[in-house]
Write a protein that binds this ligand. Structure first.
Ligand code: IVH
Length: 675
C-alpha cells in the first residue's frame, strides 16, 4: 500500500529542513535551529521512514549513518582522471612555470590566476547525478579509486543533495576530506585516555577514517570536506568559464569551499599572497595546509594547455611552503602533572628554529608514544611544527646514535607532590591520585581563568602559584572570596592591581553556563561540548538532573563526554564545588535567546544580500541575541526580511508573500543600542 501523499510531503519537508540545518551548522557556521529542534526533526523522520520504508530516499539525512560494514572496498572508475600537481618551492619556479605556459599558449596565458589553499587531507571525488550524491571514491591511482560512499555520507558538510540549480546532470566534485586541528587534538586526547593508539597527524587520521570498512567508525571521526574542482564526462561541460567562478558555483550548490581563495591578475600578486598565507594566515587556520595551489583561472586556457604525461596539468602548480621540520637533540624528558592528574611527559630539545620560531619543547603525550617511537634521551630527532599545533617529535634518527643514548622511564612519584603515581590497567596514562596535589590545582585554576573559560584577566600562572602558596586559594570557589586587602599582602601586588583583579574576578560571575562548564575542567568537556550542553539544558540544575542517556541524546555529545559529565556532577566533590560557586553568585544558566525577551523575541528573520556594515555572522548574532530566529528561506511565517546589496530570489519571494522587507538601518533601529 502506498503511503498517504501528506506523509510523503511531510517526509520531504523534514529532509529539507534537516539538510538545511546541517548546511547552516557545518558549512555556514550560522545555525538557526536549536539542538533540541534538530533532534526532534530527525527523530520524526526516522519514525516516519521506519513505519513507511517506501518513503526512504537515498538522499535522506537518516541515511548518513546506518549502512552495514563492507567486506572490502570496491573500485570506482573516475569520470575523468584525478590529476596530481607539479611543485614549486620558490617564487622563481612559479615564474618558470608561467614562462612555459606562455611558450605554449602565447601571452594570453598571463590572463590571471586563481590562488587557493592546498588542503593537506585525503582527496576524494563525489559523483552527483541530478544533484544527488551517488558515489564517493578515493583518488586511487588517479584513474580508478576505491568506493567509499557510505563513509563519505557520514561527513556532515558533504551535501547528499545539491542546492540551487544549474549543475551538470552528471558530474564529479573533487576535493579534500580533512580533520580540523581542534577536533583532531580532542580525538587524540580521548584516544590517549581510553588507551587507544594515537594518530600521528590529521591527514593520517582523515585518510584512515575514510577507508574504514565500517561506516559507523567513520561517522565517529570528526571529518570535514572542502571542494576545489569539478569534472564532467567527456562531451559535457561545466556551466562556468573560470576556476574562480567554479568555486562560487560550488558554494552556491552547497559544497563547502576553503576560505582565502582569490583571483590574482599577475604573478606579483600571487607572490605576495603566498607570503601572506605562509607567514600569517596559516597559523590561524584550524586545518592543515601544505602550500597553495595556483591555477590559470580561465577554463578555456586550461583546456588549451592540457596535461603532461597524463598526470600533471600544465595550468596548475602547487607552491609548497618550507617544511616545518627540523633536526635537533633530545636533551631530556621531563614530566608535569595536568589538571586531571595525568602525568604528561614532554621533551626538552636543543633549541632549533622551525618556521620562524625557536622550539625548545615538544609534547610527548604519554609513555606509550615514547616506547613505540623508541625515543632515547640524547637522540637526534626530527621535530615538526604544523600550524598552531605544539611541536611534536616525528621520529628519532637511530643511525646517528653513538651508544650514549639512554632509554627513559616514567618516574614512580608525582613531580609536584611526590605521591606514588598510578597506572590503570589498559590505559596509557599515568596518574597522580592525590586530588589535593598542588600541581593539579595549579593547572586546574589556570584552566578555570583562561580565555575560553571564565576569562579572568590579570591572573597569570605565576599569580595563581603565588595564591596557592600563600594558601589563599585551593580551588576555583576560593577566588570569589579574595579581597584586595589579602592580595596586597602578597609580593608584586599594589593597591591598583589588587583592586583590578578583584573586579575582574567579580565580573566573571556573569559568564554564561557554557563558559563555566568548560572552566570546571570536566574531562573531555572543552568549549564545544560545553556549549552543546549549556544550550541544550539551559541551566546547571537541568544538567545535574539529567541522566546519562539524556546527555547522550544531545547532538554532538558522545558516550565519553556523557560518562565524564555524569562522573563529575555525580561526585560529591564536583557537586560541592558547583554548589559553592552557585552560592557565590556565579551564573548557572545559558541565556537562550528566546528566553531573554529581547527586542526581536518571537520573530523569524531572513537575511539576504550583502549588508552595508554587518557581516552575516554579526547580523545573525545580534538578531539571535535579541531573541530572533534566523531561517534561510522565506515563508508565510517569516516576520521580516533584511535585504542588502544584490539580494536575489528571497526578496522576490518575500514580495510575493507580502512579507515585510527592511534594510540594515531599520534592523539596527529595531535591535536598539548594542549591549
Ligand atoms: S587541484 C588539477 N586544488 O593536492 C590538479 N588540489 O598534490 C588537481 N589538493 O591530489 C588538484 N588542495 O588532493 C587542487 N585547492 C586544491 C587542493 C588540491 C589540496 C590536493 C589534491 C591533489 C594534491 C596534488
Amino acid at each position: 500500500m502506498s503511503p498517504r501523499p501528506e506523509l510523503a510531503a511531510r517526509a520531504a519537508t523534514l529532509r529539507e529542513q534537516i539538510e538545511r540545518a546541517n548546511h547552516e551548522y557545518y558549512v555556514l557556521d550560522t545555525p538557526s535551529r536549536s539542538d533540541v529542534e534538530y533532534d526532534r526533526l530527525l527523530r520524526e523522520l526516522q519514525t516516519l521512514e521506519r513505519e513507511h520504508p517506501e518513503l526512504r530516499t537515498p538522499d535522506s539525512p537518516t541515511m548518513r549513518v546506518g549502512a552495514e560494514p563492507q567486506g572490502q572496498l570496491s573500485k570506482h572508475t573516475h569520470l575523468a582522471p584525478m590529476l596530481s600537481l607539479g611543485n614549486a618551492f620558490a617564487d622563481d619556479e612559479l615564474t618558470a612555470w608561467e614562462e612555459r605556459m606562455v611558450r605554449i599558449a602565447g601571452d594570453g596565458a598571463r590572463a590571471g590566476y586563481n590562488v587557493e589553499l592546498k588542503i593537506d587531507g585525503a582527496a576524494v571525488s563525489l559523483t552527483y547525478r541530478d544533484g544527488m550524491l551517488v558515489t564517493a571514491a578515493t583518488r586511487g591511482n588517479g584513474t580508478i579509486g576505491e568506493e567509499v560512499t557510505p563513509n563519505v555520507r557520514t561527513v556532515r558538510d558533504v551535501p547528499l543533495r545539491l542546492r540551487g540549480s544549474g549543475f551538470p546532470a552528471l558530474f564529479e566534485v573533487r576535493g579534500e576530506i580533512y580533520m580540523p586541528f581542534d577536533r583532531f587534538e580532542a580525538m587524540n586526547e580521548e584516544r590517549g585516555a581510553a588507551g587507544e593508539p594515537l594518530f600521528a597527524n590529521p591527514r593520517n587520521a582523515a585518510a584512515g577514517a575514510l577507508r574504514q570498512l565500517d561506516p559507523a567508525i567513520t561517522a565517529s571521526r570528526p571529518l570535514r570536506f572542502f571542494g576545489y574542482s569539478a569534472a564532467t564526462p567527456s562531451g559535457a561541460s561545466l556551466p562556468v568559464e573560470a576556476q574562480s567562478a567554479l568555486l562560487d558555483a560550488l558554494e552556491a550548490w552547497g559544497i563547502p569551499v576553503a576560505p582565502h581563495h582569490r583571483r590574482c591578475a599577475a604573478l606579483e600578486e600571487v607572490f605576495a599572497m603566498a607570503h601572506e598565507i605562509e607567514h600569517r594566515t596559516r597559523a590561524e587556520l584550524n586545518f592543515a595546509i601544505d602550500g597553495i595551489v595556483v591555477k590559470a583561472d580561465s577554463l578555456a586556457l586550461q583546456e588549451e594547455l592540457g596535461v603532461v604525461g597524463g598526470r600533471e596539468p600544465r595550468w596548475a602548480i602547487a607552491r609548497k611552503f618550507a617544511p616545518d621540520i627540523a633536526v635537533t637533540r633530545l636533551l631530556s624528558i621531563e614530566v608535569n602533572v595536568g589538571r586531571t592528574g595525568a602525568i604528561n611527559p614532554y621533551a626538552m630539545l636543543e633549541p632549533v628554529e622551525i618556521g620562524g620560531a625557536t622550539v625548545k619543547l615538544a609534547t610527548l603525550h604519554n609513555e606509550e608514544l615514547i616506547r613505540t617511537k623508541d625515543l632515547r634521551v640524547g637522540d637526534w630527532v626530527q621535530v615538526k611544527r604544523a600550524g598552531e599545533v605544539i611541536p611534536q617529535i616525528i621520529a628519532p634518527l637511530p643511525e646517528r646514535r653513538d651508544g650514549s643514548e639512554r632509554p627513559w622511564m616514567m618516574p614512580s612519584t608525582c613531580p609536584s607532590c611526590a605521591t606514588p603515581v598510578e597506572r590503570e590497567a589498559d590505559v596509557v596514562a599515568t596518574y597522580c591520585p592525590n586530588v589535593g596535589c598542588p600541581g593539579r590545582r595549579l593547572e586546574g585554576l589556570a584552566h578555570f581563568v583562561s580565555r575560553g573559560a571564565m576569562d579572568i584577566r590579570g591572573l597569570s600562572y605565576a599569580r595563581i602559584e603565588q595564591l596557592i602558596e600563600a594558601e589563599l586559594v585551593r580551588d576555583a570557589a576560593d577566588l570569589y572570596v579574595l579581597t584586595a586587602e589579602q592580595l596586597m599582602q602578597l609580593e608584586r601586588f599594589a593597591a591598583k592591581s589588587a583592586a583590578q583583579l578583584v573586579a575582574a574576578i567579580e565580573e566573571s560571575k556573569a559568564q554564561p553556563l557554557s563558559r563555566l562548564l568548560n572552566a570546571l575542567g570536566i574531562r573531555h568537556v572543552g568549549t564545544g561540548a560545553a556549549q552543546l550542553l549549556a544550550r541544550h539544558f539551559g541551566s546547571m540544575r537541568a544538567l545535574m538532573d539529567a541522566t546519562e542517556d539524556e546527555i547522550l541524546a544531545v547532538r554532538g555529545v558522545g558516550a565519553t563526554i556523557a560518562h565524564a559529565v555524569i562522573g563529575y556532577l555525580g561526585d560529591p566533590a564536583g557537586r560541592d564545588l558547583v554548589a559553592r560557586l552557585e552560592r557565590l553568585g556565579l551564573t548557572m544558566t545559558e541565556a537562550t535567546a528566546a528566553a531573554s525577551g529581547g527586542a526581536l523575541a518571537g520573530s523569524t528573520v531572513v537575511l539576504t544580500g550583502t549588508l552595508p556594515t554587518l557581516t552575516r555572522p554579526q547580523a545573525t548574532e545580534r538578531i539571535e541575541r535579541a531573541g530572533g530566529r534566523i531561517t534561510s528561506s522565506v515563508s508565510k511565517s517569516t516576520t521580516f526580511v533584511v535585504s542588502g546589496e544584490s539580494a536575489g530570489g528571497k526578496l522576490e519571494k518575500a514580495r510575493a508573500l507580502g512579507v515585510e522587507i527592511i534594510d540594515e538601518a531599520e534592523l539596527l533601529r529595531r535591535l536598539g543600542p548594542e549591549k
